[in-house]
Design a protein around this ligand. Structure first.
Ligand code: A3P
Length: 345
């Protein structure tokens, strides 16, 4: 299998636009924004965000402004290849885990050849599998990804409706990971509170909950995001695989083997007898990854500490935070939204 080298430098950069000065609101005074993005924000519905900024509703989903710029640039410039693998999720669905597992799976020769030098031991999964709109196309940069060896593995939180045309037109494979909305919400609440500037204090659980229920969360409405990919997976099962965090926790070997089959690299009988499935799962386990030096001390280029991506890694932690009334409300919304879809969360 070919080695995957992820990009280290961005070769092309579109000219940044200078802000026109004091007349612009502070969140639009950002050198990385194109006129297209600035103009767009003036016509989009907006709400106060979960961290320190505003959220804008674009194509039915909520984004903060820098993320919106990434979405637009990615939509305009990303050229999918048939052999690409795109990992898709809502924030806090377990993206970090899926990245680690897929990277280890597709590059399993690395493990067999040099287990002690595996890239996951010294690199956070987000560096090995970069986000399209949050890392590669951040601000208005257009990276040259055409020379990366295949299969290229990227990730995105983009809703199905906002995927670049080239993704829809190519034969690339999409792996979607979803998680039950209660645990997703609690994980998101903790995560965004870690990102809030100290002087702002914590976002209250009640305020965040109200926003989440109204669909106003990063890449929300949560349910619309999930349903978009659920339907795509039913329509094109060879191109879109739908995974659930809870099922992966319950039967990780089953789902790792399914993933390998879906990606066209099933485990051979020899690999099975060598115990490679277990090795990959152990390498990517919450305990292993969260205790690595890189993930305890390192930071993303955008400033988030890697350790913020590892909290408890359990199913059902929301019961420790949500009131009975909150649980009832979220269950009700979920039932209404998923009604008729045959999807159970
Ligand atoms: P909790 O906050 O419930 O602990 P994302 O990667 O999409 O940002 O999601 C983060 C969630 O996935 C966090 O959930 C985190 O603890 C959990 N997580 C991170 N790495 C994991 C792993 N290797 N196995 C299982 N869960 C993991």
């Amino acid at each position: 299998m070919p080695k995957v080298e992820q990009p280290t430098s961005l070769s092309k950069s579109m000219p940044a636009v200078e802000p026109s000065g004091g007349s612009l609101p502070k969140f639009l005074q950002d050198n990385g924004l194109t006129p297209e993005c600035r103009d767009l924000t003036t016509s989009l519905p907006s709400e106060r965000g979960w961290v320190a900024d505003h959220l804008f509703q674009y194509q039915g989903f909520w984004h903060h402004v820098r993320q919106l710029q990434g979405v637009l640039t990615c939509q305009n410039h990303f050229q999918a290849q048939d052999s690409d693998i795109l990992l898709v999720s809502t924030p806090k669905a377990g993206t970090t885990w899926l990245k680690a597992i897929t990277f280890a799976l597709v590059n399993r020769f690395l493990y067999v050849d040099h287990p002690q030098q595996h890239p996951l031991l010294t690199n956070n999964p987000h560096e090995l599998v970069p986000f399209l709109e949050l890392k590669l196309y951040v601000e208005n940069q257009v990276p040259d990804l055409s020379t990366l060896p295949s299969p290229r593995i990227f990730s995105t939180h983009l809703p199905c409706v906002s995927l670049p045309t080239s993704v829809k037109d190519s034969a690339c494979k999409l792996v979607y990971l979803c998680r039950n909305p209660k645990d997703t919400f609690v994980s998101l609440w903790h995560f965004t509170n870690k990102l809030r500037p100290a002087e702002m204090g914590e976002n209250s659980l009640e305020e965040a909950f109200d926003k989440f229920c109204r669909g106003v969360s990063l890449y929300g409405p949560f349910w619309d995001h999930v349903l978009g990919y659920w339907e795509a997976s039913l329509e094109c099962p060879k191109r879109v695989m739908f995974l659930k965090y809870e099922e992966m926790k319950e039967e990780p070997k089953v789902h790792l083997r399914r993933l390998a089959e879906f990606l066209g690299c099933p485990f051979s009988p020899e690999e099975e007898s060598q115990g490679l499935v277990d090795c990959i799962l152990k390498l990517c386990s919450f305990d292993n990854l969260s205790n690595l030096e890189v993930n305890k001390k390192g930071k993303m280029s955008s400033g988030e500490e890697y350790k913020a991506f590892f909290r408890r890694g359990e199913v059902g932690d929301s019961a420790n935070h949500l009131t009975e009334e909150m649980i009832r409300r979220l269950d009700e919304i979920t039932e209404q939204k998923l009604h008729g879809s045959k999807l159970k969360l």
